[in-house]
Design a protein around this ligand. Structure first.
Ligand code: 3AM
Length: 177
């Protein structure tokens, strides 16, 4: 199974994000059902490991907290824009949850994640040099700020790569209290 841990987003928020998702030819906008905030990418694991991961995530105790999406940005690689995303307002509780997830996964036998956590919600994947349309997207949505929402659980998703893009399936939810 190819797995990752993420926050599910409420539907009204997804709809709001979909309103941002226009205006750049040649990029693949995420469909509303794929919008999420990744806490930790896991990758391919055998079923027995997936069960251990599930147990470790169940054991996490953390509080629910409000989260606000705000601003937009991009990731670049080799001078090409690879993704456009909505940002997150500073949220120490989110960082705390992410580090609990990281610790739990290491206890379940995964190698530590070396990359720094940069919370974001991917809106589009692309592969083109920054251009006027991308600049206009960034400028046009720089003041984007969504209604806060309460994070009450996190989710283990499986991901199937398909011709039409990935299909993400929630495998289990873990409640915060
Ligand atoms: O939340 P985003 O969209 O940034 O890019 C993939 C997506 O991140 C990322 O995991 C999330 C759910 O698919 N991802 C996919 N393959 C990856 C890899 N090999 C990866 N992250 C790190 N390493």
């Amino acid at each position: 199974m190819r797995l990752f841990v993420a926050l599910d987003l409420p539907w009204p928020l997804r709809e709001r994000l979909m309103q941002l998702s226009t205006g750049i030819p040649g990029c693949r906008w995420m469909p509303a059902e794929n919008l999420h905030l990744t806490l930790r990418f896991i990758g391919e694991v055998p079923n027995w490991r997936a069960e251990e991961i599930d147990l470790a995530l169940h054991a996490i105790k953390a509080r629910n907290f409000p989260l606000t999406l705000s601003g937009v940005g991009l990731f670049e690689k080799g001078g090409r824009v690879t993704s456009l995303w909505a940002g997150i307002e500073r949220c120490p509780q989110l960082d705390h949850l992410q580090s609990k997830v990281e610790t739990a996964l290491q206890r379940a036998g995964l190698e530590p994640e070396r990359r720094r956590f940069t919370p974001h919600v991917t809106l589009a994947r692309l592969d083109q040099p920054a251009n006027e349309k991308v600049t206009r997207f960034l400028q046009g949505h720089s003041l984007f700020r969504a209604e806060p929402f309460e994070v009450e659980w996190f989710t283990l998703f499986s991901s199937q790569l398909g011709k039409e893009g990935s299909v993400y399936t929630p495998e289990n939810d873990y409640s915060l209290s």
